[in-house]
Design a protein around this ligand. Structure first.
Ligand code: GLC
Ligand code: CA
Length: 546
């Protein structure tokens, strides 16, 4: 396992919403460069950029039309090279998004492939004849509806697991695989240090496209962890990533920790790490099927991943990204205990074993914007779901309630830098509305206040670097039945580290922790000015036992 991945902290940037430098309302690479000092002050080591490749932006860049060039909105290749140099000069690294399960329907490969059934690019995608007047099978898209789209020209269907503008690539095709490898090498040669691999466990589909079983995502058993997935990933690793010492973090949907080891165990490392989703369902059955948040469900998911992966592979630690709502709005209390709950959440997650990922704005406690107008949402998934819900007879009110809570745009509003117009993100018209709470929640305020969420994050990062136990220690949950308190012990080299967090807005008594006598530990982090017998609302503490 690479030392710098294990010990590093990654900061995710959503380029469109981070910092605009030329006032067209769209974040860009020069904007990112202008904020590197800020990121360095926070203490992060790597930045991951959501896609900046050329794209018609149906899914904000997760629909790529040219793998080799950037979307002009974001800047030029020269700008990107400057960013790489600026990062490397600071001892930091660059992680790019790699979207290789599908392309845009405007990618030249797809345009070619749609021309005729004997076009040389036909086999780059999944083209199928219908069954009589029916679609080839009953599989369902992750954005809702069928995965099959009919195309008049050749009177066949093509498969898309996401929007119809995102046709899936056919990984069985050897020529396609070599094109992808060539493209990855191109970016590695340019100095990129690693990749976040979009929906990577979807690459392989069961040959013959058999009918899917009854399920929320019908057909998933034929495209999640499909039959050839490990072959494809081993090939990429051996022929490309290993040649450059690059690391990979794969987004893996519906993955169980037991199955994760096939991807990430230290002895094969097809991928360096994966993003899992189990803890993200603490408040839903599946995304839009929302249920009340239960801390115990969240703790169980986190503990299970720690217990299963510990010693055999390496975890990722994340609360937010461009697909998830803001964590303080979701698992904390953004109104009454904004500081306390944001810092408690950071504490209980980032002292676990794994590499931390921080999403832009999380470090200042950005919240869901609560837009009540559907037209304020730009995200394709949000609009698809609204439309689907309405078709199923759900009311506007009911759908808006879901969207306000769960929409991906909750995390995509512009970064809040200061209290000037548009939060200092742009002097133009931002591509998506700014969260109206920017006059209070912004970077300038955070930096001016020694007791801000920002400085708490900075401290966590510094402690991870100071004490090897935070990176290396084993993991054991101490109160596995408690509904509101998350408490665990790390153990390494004769030392112990105890982390405890209160997931409620009440004072709670600390239960007996067996052999861990808190009075013997040294308190190295806390989110209240004083500690008492009780745990205060959303209180978090970290003790070190030498
Ligand atoms: C991943 C991305 C998401 C995108 C989808 C399709 O889940 O994180 O934003 O919509 O893949 O590419
Ligand atoms: Ca711009």
């Amino acid at each position: 396992m690479k030392h710098w991945v294990k010990n590093g902290v990654v900061y995710q940037i959503y380029p469109r919403s981070f910092q605009d430098s030329n006032n067209d309302g769209i974040g860009d690479i020069p904007g990112i460069i202008s904020r590197l000092d800020y990121l360095q002050e926070l203490g992060v080591d790597m930045i991951w950029l959501s896609p900046i490749y050329d794209s018609p932006l149906v899914d904000n860049g997760y629909d790529i039309s040219d793998y080799y060039n950037l979307l002009p909105d974001y800047g030029t290749l020269e700008d990107l090279k400057t960013l790489v140099n600026e990062l490397h000069r600071r001892g930091m690294r660059l992680v790019m998004d790699l979207v290789i399960n599908h392309t845009s329907n405007e990618h030249p490969w797809f345009i070619e492939s749609a021309k005729s059934t004997d076009n040389p690019y036909r086999k780059f995608y999944h083209w199928q004849k219908g069954k009589g007047r029916k679609k080839p099978n009953n599989w369902m898209s992750l954005f809702g509806g069928s995965v099959w789209e009919y195309d008049e020209t050749t009177q066949e269907y093509y498969l898309h697991l996401f929007a119809k503008e995102q046709p899936d690539l056919n990984w069985e095709c050897k020529e396609l695989r070599s094109e992808i490898k060539k493209m990855i090498r191109y970016w590695l040669n340019l100095g990129v240090d690693g990749f976040r691999c979009d929906v990577i466990n979807l690459l392989s589909k069961t040959p013959g496209y058999p009918k899917g079983k009854l399920h929320l995502i019908r057909g998933h058993e034929h495209f999640i962890n499909g039959p050839q997935i490990h072959k494809y990933l081993k090939e990429l690793k051996k022929e490309v990533f290993d040649q450059y010492d690059a690391f990979t973090v794969g987004e893996a949907i519906f993955l169980k920790p037991e199955d994760a080891l096939a991807y990430i165990s230290f002895d094969n490392q097809e991928l360096t790490m994966v993003f899992q989703f189990d803890h993200m369902s603490a408040d839903n059955f599946f995304k839009w099927f929302i249920r009340p948040f239960k801390p115990r469900r969240l703790m169980n998911a986190l503990t299970k991943w720690q217990d299963t992966i510990n010693g055999k592979g390496w975890n990722t630690l994340y609360w937010e990204n461009h697909d998830q709502p803001r964590v303080v709005s979701r698992f904390g209390d953004s109104e009454r205990y904004h500081y306390q709950s944001a810092t408690m959440l950071a504490t209980v997650l980032y002292f676990q074993q794994g590499t931390p990922f921080i999403y832009q704005g999380q470090e200042i406690g950005m919240t869901n914007p609560q837009f009540t107008d559907l037209s304020d949402y730009q995200d394709i998934e949000t609009h698809r779901i609204y439309w689907l819900g309405k078709r199923l007879g759900l009311s506007h009110k009911r759908m808006m309630k879901k969207i306000i809570y769960m929409s991906r745009d909750n995390a995509r509003t512009p970064m809040q830098w200061d209290d000037t117009e548009n939060a200092g993100f742009t002097e133009g018209k931002p591509w998506i509305k700014v969260n109206p709470n920017y006059p209070e929640i912004n970077v300038r305020n955070s930096l001016a206040n020694p007791d801000s969420i920002f400085y708490y994050y900075q401290k966590i990062i510094a402690l991870r670097k100071q004490f090897p136990i935070v990176v290396e220690g084993s993991f054991k949950e101490l109160l596995p039945k408690h509904q509101k308190i998350y408490c665990y012990l790390r153990d390494y080299d004769g030392k112990k580290l105890l982390v405890i967090g209160n997931f409620s807005d009440k004072d709670l008594a600390i239960p007996d922790l067996n052999d861990s006598d808190l009075t013997k530990g040294k308190l190295i982090l806390q989110n209240y000015p004083q500690t008492s017998e009780m745990l205060k609302p959303y209180e978090a503490r970290v003790y070190l036992f030498d």
